[in-house]
Design a protein around this ligand. Structure first.
Ligand SMILES: O=c1ccn([C@@H]2O[C@H](COP(=O)(O)OP(=O)(O)O[C@H]3O[C@H](CO)[C@@H](O)[C@H](O)[C@H]3O)[C@@H](O)[C@H]2O)c(=O)[nH]1
Length: 473
């Protein structure tokens, strides 16, 4: 009988979280032939499109080395049990524990009597699946790990956050600041994620963070050359588990497909082909970023006034608008017809790689940031939710690599905190007209470093090997 080592990955079922886990699994099996990987895909009733998205990612994996187990646990937890809007999704994931454990036990039972058997050498959590992973690790007597999908500065902040909720921070002193070891500068309270400012959300997140400290190792989707200060605060802290910087982990081939026909993608790319080099501003707000009608109007007016060419991914997540005519200001499409295009889901990496794209207005999801740095495209930050304000702060204030549309923005779900057309216009002009050569030169270097770090002998390549050794020894 052949016995191999098996690593089980349990990601959050979300479009921003699955591709790096698939890509990292592929990288692992290419760097060692002693490991196989099992990815557990938790079905979610909130985002049925994830099913076909993960199918498209799975199709690109070697089925002999990477296997998938789909799990359908309990549906939405009873409404009376939900503590706050910030705990809804974490509570859903926690409730999948038993179903995931049963599915994995059933999979192991299938192995008995077969010619190939595996020993589980680790179970890897995502930020909010640590309770599930703890349960599985205990049952299978395997050590647990964490794959942290955002930047080192945010990881460092979470690990240094006080165990108790901070009502004074939550009260939102507009001029208050706080020190975290992963940031050189003090972080303004207004940059903190909304979850941290909510007492129930804070408690739920802190339970996960408590488990981050107990794992055998932490994989970080970043690279030490990018975030030297933050990484030093993590690696140099002997009270923390070893941190392996293995990033950037990117689905560069764009294997995750989300309901767009190849002809509409082709139209976008053909339009870009016809634009002058570095002339187009690309606006895209991740998988969940959406705006109310008033904000859409302000963006449209700001874009138009800036006079720059644009490609704007305007969506109504999880899908696109069927008809944009009622969403955009009257006459906008006719007036900007030669200058810009408003589209839905775009193949973001292909767009960023296109030579016509000269700037990117981004919500600062960490994947989007890693992608822009990989392709050396300058960014104007417009964070919306989750940890995106901190990612924006890291990029603009700590690393000096980006400009801003509005760095302290937080999506409120309504049109209360509108970013005005004037702010949009100014932000786009700043991005496309001020200090551009200097920023592009810096970004070119970072882009080269990102590529080198993944090559044989590069820091992330080496760190991945150290992780493999940690798992196998
Ligand atoms: O029209 C689109 C929109 C998005 N993408 C891709 O979708 C991914 C989006 O990932 P990310 O930029 O990280 O944004 P979110 O989907 O918002 O990511 C979630 O997960 C990230 C990693 O944890 C966090 O940093 C974010 O705050 C959180 O919202 C990227 O690969 C994009 O290239 C497209 O290809 N086309």
């Amino acid at each position: 009988m052949t016995i191999t080592a098996e690593l089980i990955m349990i990601p959050i079922p979300a479009i921003g979280h699955l591709p790096p886990v698939f890509e990292f699994s592929k990288r692992l099996i290419s760097q060692t032939n002693r490991l196989s990987v099992t990815i557990v895909l938790i079905r979610t009733p909130f985002a049925p499109e994830i099913e076909s998205f993960s199918d498209s990612l799975a199709a690109s994996c070697d089925p002999d080395r990477i296997k998938f187990i789909r799990v359908s646990g309990p549906n939405i937890p009873p409404l009376e049990s939900i503590k706050s809007a910030h705990t809804f999704f974490p509570q859903f994931l926690d409730s999948q524990k038993d179903a995931v454990r049963e599915a994995l036990l059933a999979d192991r039972a299938k192995q008995s009597g077969s010619s190939v058997s595996t020993v589980v050498v680790g179970v890897v959590a995502d930020i909010l699946t640590t309770a599930v992973v703890e349960e599985v690790g205990r049952e299978l007597e395997a050590p647990t790990y964490l794959f942290f999908p955002s930047c080192g500065a945010v990881l460092s902040m979470l690990l240094s956050f006080p165990a108790e909720f901070q009502p004074t921070v939550a009260a939102g002193d507009p001029d208050g600041e706080i020190f975290f070891p992963g940031f050189v500068n003090h972080v303004p309270h207004r940059m903190l994620p909304a979850t941290i400012l909510d007492e129930e959300g804070y408690a739920a997140l802190n339970e996960h963070v408590g488990r981050f400290r107990e794992v055998k190792g932490i994989l970080l989707n970043s690279y030490e050359e990018l975030e030297a200060h933050a990484v030093e605060s993590l690696v140099g802290n002997s009270l923390l588990p070893p941190v392996f910087c293995v990033g950037p982990v990117l689905d560069l081939k764009g294997q995750g497909k989300l309901g767009k026909t190849s002809s509409s993608i082709e139209k976008i790319m053909t339009w870009l082909d016809d634009q002058p080099e570095s002339s187009v501003v690309f606006l895209c707000f991740g998988t969940m970023g959406r705006f109310g009608g008033d904000q859409v109007g302000e963006i449209a007016r700001g874009l138009e006034r800036s006079g720059h060419r644009f490609l704007w991914a305007l969506r109504r997540p999880p899908s696109d608008y069927d008809d944009l005519t009622n969403i955009l200001p009257e006459g906008f499409s006719d007036r900007t017809v030669g200058n810009g295009r408003v589209v839905g889901w775009v193949p973001q990496k292909a767009v960023l790689a296109h030579k016509a794209v000269g700037g990117f207005v981004s919500h600062c999801g960490w994947n989007s940031i890693l992608e822009s740095l990989w392709f050396g495209v300058q960014v104007a930050v417009w964070p919306m939710y989750a940890e995106q304000q901190l990612n924006a702060f890291q990029l603009v204030v700590e690393l000096g690599l980006a400009t801003e549309i509005k760095i302290s923005n937080r999506m409120t779900g309504d049109d209360k905190d509108i970013v005005s057309a004037t702010e949009v216009e100014r932000g786009i002009k700043r991005l496309m007209e001020e200090g551009v050569e200097e920023r592009r030169a810096k970004l070119k270097k970072i882009s080269e470093i990102a590529r080198k770090t993944l090559m044989d002998g590069g820091s992330s390549f080496t760190s991945t090997n150290h992780f493999v050794r940690n798992v196998l020894d």
